[in-house]
Write a protein that binds this ligand. Structure first.
Ligand code: FCB
Length: 443
């Protein structure tokens, strides 16, 4: 069996190794009195999700979390990155909390602590309560206040026991992927909606950060996704196209939180659509954080194209690809670690809060051979180590994901887990990558 090439001794002292999941992707949203979300509506609309699959049962983590936490512990991980479902905690999005939902996250937290796992919570990983979506969701500036109230309720219950907390997973996906590209709920393709969502998601981040500080919580962060933008060729037009992709994808949201400004080339198109007085929101958006999380999977090869702004497109790249069709490009992680520290975050600790790959894994004789995943992890850990050795303050690495799960618009087809899930029987089977990590982490 292929091995993990590293041990803990290769990384800085107190470096955290963790596994990551999210609520809607694993819990089973049909259980425990959770309210409807925009993902349920999106999935119920033909053409949005492979086989119109949804998260109502998912991995049934809601009932099987003890077994899942045992797997995290046995692998030798220090930490578990999970998320809280807004609609489970507040089925209407506002007002009365659902006691069953609060009890669930309370039990989950205690079960982590009993096993010596550090709870690393993300408050929002994409399942917006439908009643809030009905009022405009991320397009409505009021969402910052609604989200602050949710933060107060859920962290009022479990915040005292969190090792770390981040308000929003991947603001680019919340805003751009879902309101400009239309690939995720609510499936809009509208520049005005996208502009507002890009800004409001940061206002919500800052508001929740302030609420959590008010509760006395510490170790608060922000989690962004990154894709390296590779120009298709040396032409000036291709360089410009890739630079614009980079500005929208990687620089806009980081710029808001860490510099209090948005890149000019993006503002040129979005400013007319931003809510009035948007500049005055930066003091809230820039509420100090204690760390920055990077989710990293791939790069995109970008070419200019005809048509309205942003007039660029992704083209097929030459590198080996994962089951997602994503090129494997570990150098991108290395470059983002350096660039983020140098240009945005300085001495703040950086954590890789997601990295991993989908693979067409097959269960055979009670085992899953996934050498490609082990190679992917090795290649990325090598880049994390190189950046750490060169002085980048990188403090942890979380695998996406513990379990095969609901991969959003791609349904249950794309398997990202270290642990295989049979979606009929819901049986969990650790893959070879899980065993290799266990060997490396418990040595
Ligand atoms: C990230 C998401 C996560 C999962 C991985 C593959 O963008 O945060 O939920 O879908 O991609």
């Amino acid at each position: 069996m292929t091995k993990i090439d590293f041990t803990r001794a290769d990384f800085p002292e107190n470096f955290l190794f963790g596994a990551a999941t999210s609520s809607y992707q694993i819990e089973g949203h049909g259980f425990g009195g959770a309210g409807p979300t925009h993902w349920d509506s999106f999935a119920a609309t033909p053409g949005n999700v492979v086989r119109a699959e949804h998260g109502l049962r998912a991995c049934d983590h809601y009932h099987r979390f003890e077994e899942d936490l045992d797997l995290i512990k046995a692998a030798g991980f220090d930490a578990y990155r999970f998320s809280t479902s807004w609609a489970r905690v507040m089925p209407e999005g506002r007002g009365e909390p659902n006691p069953e939902g609060l009890d669930f996250y309370d039990r989950l937290t205690d079960a982590m602590l009993e096993r010596g796992l550090k709870p690393c919570v993300t408050l929002y990983h994409w399942e917006l309560p439908q009643p809030l979506a009905d009022m405009g969701g991320w397009r409505n500036r009021d969402i910052a206040g609604w989200f602050g109230d949710f933060a107060e309720v859920i962290m009022g219950r479990i915040g005292d026991r969190m090792h770390s907390a981040a308000p929003v997973n991947e603001p680019w996906c919340v805003a751009w992927l879902s309101h400009f590209q239309g690939h995720h709920a609510p499936g809009l393709r509208d520049i005005r909606a996208a502009a507002r969502a890009m800004h409001n998601v940061l206002l919500a981040h800052g508001t929740a950060t302030q609420v959590m500080r008010g509760l006395g919580m510490q170790n608060l962060g922000a989690i962004f996704n990154f894709e390296w933008a590779q120009p298709v060729d040396d032409s000036a037009a291709a360089q410009d196209a890739a630079a614009l992709y980079d500005a929208i994808y990687n620089r806009f949201l980081l710029g808001g939180v860490f510099k209090g400004e948005y890149p000019a080339e993006v503002l040129a198109a979005l400013e007319p659509h931003l809510p009035e007085g948007w500049q005055d929101d930066f003091p809230v958006i820039q509420s100090p954080v204690d760390w920055c999380g990077l989710n990293y999977y791939t790069r995109k090869v970008i070419a200019p194209c005809d048509g309205p702004w942003p007039a660029h497109e992704e083209v097929d790249g030459p590198l080996p690809k994962t089951q997602m069709g994503w090129e494997i490009y570990p150098d991108g992680l290395y470059k983002f670690l350096h660039r983020t520290a140098a240009e945005y975050t300085g001495d703040l600790p950086l954590l890789i809060t997601e990295n991993g790959m989908a693979n067409p894994d097959v269960l055979q004789n009670g085992a899953v051979a996934d050498p490609a995943r082990i190679a992917y992890i090795n290649a990325h850990l090598a880049k994390v180590k190189q950046a750490a050795d060169e002085g980048v303050p990188v403090a942890g690495y979380f695998l996406w994901s513990l379990l095969d799960n609901y991969e959003w618009a791609l349904g249950y087809e794309k398997r990202f887990g270290l642990v295989h899930v049979d979606f009929e029987s819901l049986q969990r089977t650790p893959k070879d990558s899980y065993k290799a990590l266990m060997f490396a982490l418990t040595r």
